[in-house]
Design a protein around this ligand. Structure first.
Ligand code: GTP
Ligand code: MG
Length: 198
């Protein structure tokens, strides 16, 4: 299914999103974490979601269908350090919050964090929101190619321990991922197939 992905539409607000039928999975995380790149890697289509070296590339809620209009991936704008006016940032945060908390078709969140800077301020807030809504979260520690195997593994284990200590490990899972090397793709595929039952 993932290689049948097509761009559907972009919406600035929850009210303008497509009908809430079927199931969708969103890709969330700080600006520049690699959300759009991960969608492109997963769907084997380097041009599907727009990526950029400059944080703040993705500015709307972007929908992609997977062959079937009732199966969707959603690329969200990043939070954190987008160089946009504060009023605009507040507007995005509000729209994202509404999308995450109210969207009926949302079955899971892929939460991306740069493996070199995991669990930053708003990342924990995202996890808490999802857990409160009983929604599964799968964390991708992205750009794993930027670290040696040892440090990457210890970051992974530290985050697993953190999730266990916080007693959210039944809903929240974590893996290493690299769009550049296509590492961790099978694991991500399996999680998404489980959530979307495809
Ligand atoms: P916003 O839309 O601004 O929130 O960013 P995003 O999270 O969608 O990030 P995007 O996919 O646009 O990637 C940001 C930058 O990181 C780009 O220059 C990518 O080429 C780079 N990048 C993404 N994934 C990887 C990876 O696995 N390894 C390396 N080395 N670079 C990556
Ligand atoms: Mg993006």
């Amino acid at each position: 299914h993932f290689n049948k992905a097509r761009y559907l539409m972009s919406a600035p607000t929850l009210a303008l999103c497509p009908p809430e039928t079927g199931v969708e999975v969103c890709f969330a995380g700080r600006s520049n974490a690699g959300k759009s790149s991960a969608i492109n890697t997963l769907t084997r289509n380097g041009k599907l979601a727009r990526t950029s070296k400059t944080p703040g590339r993705t500015q709307m809620i972007n929908f992609f269908t997977l062959g079937d209009p009732d199966l969707r991936l959603v690329d969200l704008p990043g939070y954190g350090f987008a160089k946009v006016p504060l009023a605009m940032k507040r507007e995005w945060d509000k729209n994202m919050g509404e999308y995450l908390q109210e969207r009926q078709s949302l079955v899971g969140m892929v939460l991306l964090m740069d493996v070199r800077h995991p669990m930053q301020e708003f990342d924990s807030t995202m996890i808490n929101w999802a857990v409160d809504a009983d929604m599964p979260v799968h964390i991708l520690l992205t750009k794993a190619d930027k670290l040696k195997r040892g440090p990457a593994q210890s970051t992974l284990l530290a985050i697993r321990k953190h999730l266990k200590d916080a007693q959210v490990d039944d809903l929240v899972s974590v893996q290493l991922f690299s769009s550049l090397k296509r590492d961790g793709l099978d694991q991500l595929n399996q999680v998404l197939q489980g959530w979307m039952q495809v």
